[in-house]
Design a protein around this ligand. Structure first.
Ligand code: ATP
Length: 346
């Protein structure tokens, strides 16, 4: 069986008063890795459970290659899964853990041996066959879980914060490993995370979720460069977000009184959000801000500065770490061009 297209249409799920999913629709292309990114409680896990068959939606359809699967039991969906807390069988060794889904499917013995060996090779755990889960590190246990999720050639792979419990270095290594493996096998994959950096590293596309709804689904650069609203702009990356109204052609007057040069042909009076990414400032530009340094943090590759400008407007600015770190109360002037500002509807 090969990888499939997944299409969700109008999925709704409530738990009593809580609307966990509110009319969610999305398509994951064959071989694509889609990350679902959102804060705790936004409905990510519920969405994955609906796809896996552990929750029945109140409304909506789940189609794999055009075939409705919303009523199929989990075991018949042909979906591989990895969760945050490994859930390996503690009393079975690595080989038996990975063989389990094949045994459930009554695969022939020789075939099981061959496929388990392949899967363990893929996750670089050849030679660990006889170990018990407790004799493995957290990262190794997650690799076993991954091998078990892919060993039966699933049509979809679902990963729910699989590296949440691991330290940063290991997490970064496994992110790259998963990405390589997923691309090599051409596996249609949904990866859930609340970590925006993880989403940026891994994805073909990102779906940003909040309160049971998908706010934006787009490529990584689109999400970062052209977020559709305050929430997405704020959740992905660092941001300076202001609101204002168009006051003339290519001009916005912010609610704090500051006038900005922008690129917009919106009619005067229209209210817009303005996003300025901290790294897009330089020493000059169409919009210049003179301010006082409130905070200066040395981050190795860059300086992170908080400036207070006229009328109390605060800006977060990132500068390449060259020369001396500005000191608190230093005066500093930064600028940003109209092209570097992103505008969104309010
Ligand atoms: P986290 O990142 O913390 O895992 P999440 O985005 O995965 O969060 P969900 O676990 O999908 O969020 O939960 C969405 C909402 O639905 C939450 O308000 C949660 O409390 C609620 N919820 C989820 N499962 C149940 C359940 N079985 N019974 C009642 N409420 C539930």
């Amino acid at each position: 069986m090969s990888s499939a297209e997944l299409r969700l249409e109008g999925i709704a799920k409530t738990f009593g008063e809580v609307v966990a999913l509110d009319q969610v629709s999305l398509t994951v292309q064959r071989g694509e890795l889609l990350t679902i990114l959102g804060p705790s409680g936004s409905g990510k896990t519920t969405l994955l459970k609906v796809v896996a068959g552990f929750e029945t939606p109140d409304q909506g359809s789940v189609k794999v290659d055009g075939v409705e699967i919303a009523r199929l039991p989990p075991a018949e969906r042909d979906i591989g899964m990895v969760f945050q807390n490994y859930a390996l069988f503690p009393h079975l060794n690595v080989r038996r853990n990975v063989a389990f889904p094949l045994e459930m499917r009554n695969t022939a013995k020789g075939e099981i041996e061959r496929r388990v060996t392949d899967a363990l090779n893929l996750v670089e755990l050849a030679g660990f066959d006889e170990r018990l889960p407790r004799q493995l590190s957290g990262g190794q246990q997650q690799r076993v879980a991954l091998a078990r999720a892919i060993v039966f050639n699933p049509r979809l792979l679902l990963l729910d914060e699989p590296f949440g419990a691991l330290d940063r270095k290991l997490r970064e290594m496994l992110q790259l490993e998963v990405r390589r493996l997923q691309q090599r096998l051409g596996l249609t994959t949904i990866f859930i995370t609340h970590d925006q950096e993880e989403a940026l590293v891994l994805s073909d596309r990102i779906a940003v979720m909040s309160k049971g709804s998908i706010l934006q689904i787009a490529s990584r650069s689109e999400i970062y460069e052209r977020p559709v609203n305050d929430f997405v702009a704020d959740f992905v990356g660092e941001s300076n977000i202001f609101h204002g109204a168009v006051s003339a052609q290519n001009t916005i007057t912010l609610d704090n009184g500051r006038v900005l040069q922008v690129r917009s042909d919106a009619t005067p009076g229209k209210r817009l959000g303005v996003l300025m990414r901290p790294e897009r400032f330089s020493s000059s530009g169409a919009n210049v801000f003179a301010g006082e340094v409130l905070e200066a943090i040395y981050l190795g590759a860059s300086f992170k500065l908080r400036l207070r400008c006229e009328s109390g407007m605060e800006l977060l600015v990132r500068q390449p770490a060259r020369g001396k770190l500005p000191a608190k109360a230093d005066r500093l002037t930064v600028g940003i061009d109209a092209d570097e500002l992103h505008l969104f509807d309010l």
